[in-house]
Design a binder for this molecule. Structure first.
Ligand code: AR6
Length: 330
C-alpha cells in the first residue's frame, strides 16, 4: 500500500530512508531527532557536522549508520506561530523536499514522523492533514511506499463529531445484528412471501437483455469484474489503483491472474475507489469470497463511509486507525 499510517517508533522501521524532524543546525536535539541520533550512533552527528545546516522547508540526506534504514533524510519543519506566518507552505515544502530526495536516491520505501507536531507546536490534526495531502499528491506520479509513523495516540484524532457518528453507527449495527433475531427473521419471511408483480409485455425485451448480461456475469471472477467495473467507470487502471491506495505490482498480479483472490482489505479498497454503492460493493466482495459482516467493526466503518457516499480512502483509513482497525489497501 503506497501510504500507510502506522503507530511505531521510527528508529525501528526497516525502510530505505527514515525522515528526521531536525532543526536548522542539524546538530541534534530532543524528540524524534534525539531518538534517531541515539539509535544511529555518533557517526551520524559527525556526518551532520559536514552539511552546514539546513533551511526550514528543505532537506538533506545522510547514511543511516546503526539504524535499520539505509538513509536518514533530515528536514526542518516550521515552528508554529499561529498559522499566519507561512507555516503550512513550509511544512508542505519539508515533506516535498524529503520525498524528492528519497526518489533521487532510488528509495522504494520511506518513513516520516509527524514533522513539527512536537516541540515545534504545529497542531497535530493540521500537521497530519498536511502530511497526508502532500504525500498523497507526490504518490500520484511516483512509485514509493511511504509510512507515516504516529508515535503517540493523541496525534491521531479524527474530528470528534465524525468519531461519534461512526461510533453510533457501529452501535446500531451491533444492536441489529445481536438483538432481535426474530424481528429480522419475520422481515425475511414477509419479503419472501410478497407477491411478485408481473412485468408489462413491452418490458420483456430489455429484461431479457439484462438477464442475458446478468447470467454472463455469474461466471465472472473477481479480477474480471474489477476490470469491467474500471472500464465502466471511465477511469484508467492507474487512476483506479492509485485511488485504492494499491501499488502497481499488486494490481498487475490481479490483472494477469483471472483467479486472483485478494485480501478483504484489497477488495474493499477497490469497491471504494470505484465509488460503488453498497449493493455493488457487496457483489464485488462476494466475488472474492467475502461479505460485509455486522460483527466486524472494520466492515461497519467501511459500510458507514459507503452509505454516506464518502469514498475518500484516506479519510476512511483515518477513521479505521482511530478505531484500532487495520487499514484499506494492499
Ligand atoms: N518515532 C516516531 N515519532 C516520534 C518519535 C519516535 N521515536 N519520538 C517523537 N515522535 P518532535 P518537531 C513524534 O518534537 O515538532 C527537536 O529537538 C512526536 O510525538 O520530535 O518537528 C529538533 O532538534 C511528534 O508527534 O519534532 C528540533 O529542534 C513528532 O514526532 C525540534 O525538536 C515530532 O515531534 C523539531 O520539532
Amino acid at each position: 500500500m503506497p501510504l500507510q499510517i502506522v503507530r511505531n517508533d521510527i528508529t525501528t522501521m526497516k525502510v530505505d530512508a527514515i525522515v528526521n524532524a531536525a532543526n536548522e543546525s542539524l546538530l541534534g536535539g530532543g524528540g524524534v531527532d534525539g531518538a534517531i541520533h541515539r539509535a544511529a550512533g555518533p557517526q551520524l552527528l559527525e556526518e551532520c557536522r559536514t552539511l552546514g545546516g539546513c533551511k526550514t522547508g528543505q532537506a538533506k540526506i545522510t547514511k543511516g549508520y546503526r539504524l535499520p534504514a539505509r538513509y536518514v533524510i533530515h528536514t526542518v519543519g516550521p515552528v508554529w506561530q499561529g498559522g499566519s506566518h507561512g507555516e503550512k507552505s513550509l511544512l508542505v515544502s519539508a515533506y516535498r523536499s524529503s520525498l524528492e530526495l528519497a526518489a533521487a536516491h532510488h528509495c522504494e520505501s520511506m518513513a516520516f514522523p509527524l514533522i513539527s507536531s512536537g516541540v515545534y507546536g504545529y497542531p497535530k490534526d493540521q500537521a497530519l492533514q498536511v502530511a497526508v495531502d502532500t504525500i498523497r499528491s507526490f504518490l500520484q506520479s511516483h512509485d514509493l511506499t511511504v509510512y507515516l509513523v504516529i508515535f503517540d495516540r493523541a496525534a491521531y484524532t479524527i474530528g470528534g463529531k465524525l468519531f461519534q457518528e461512526i461510533a453510533a453507527y457501529i452501535d446500531d449495527r451491533y444492536v441489529e445484528a445481536h438483538t432481535s433475531p426474530y424481528e429480522s427473521e419475520r422481515r425475511r419471511m414477509a419479503a419472501a412471501s410478497a407477491p411478485m408483480s408481473a412485468p408489462a409485455p413491452a418490458m420483456f425485451g430489455s429484461l431479457l437483455g439484462e438477464l442475458d448480461q446478468a447470467l454472463g456475469q455469474l461466471d465472472e471472477s473477481f479480477s474480471q469484474m474489477l476490470l469491467r467495473k474500471i472500464d465502466e467507470s471511465g477511469m484508467t487502471d492507474a487512476q483506479c489503483y492509485k485511488k485504492a491506495n494499491i501499488d502497481r505490482k499488486l494490481f498487475s498480479k490481479i490483472r494477469s491472474d483471472v483467479h486472483y483472490k485478494p485480501s478483504k482489505a484489497t477488495a474493499m479498497a477497490f469497491a471504494v475507489a470505484l465509488e460503488l454503492p453498497l449493493d455493488q460493493a457487496r457483489e464485488l466482495l462476494k466475488k472474492a469470497g467475502y461479505a460485509f459482516s455486522p460483527a466486524s467493526k472494520f466492515d461497519i466503518i467501511v459500510e458507514y463511509f459507503i452509505t454516506h457516499k464518502n469514498y475518500d480512502i484516506f479519510q476512511i483509513n483515518q477513521a479505521l486507525f482511530a478505531f484500532d482497525q487495520s487499514l484499506l489497501g494492499g
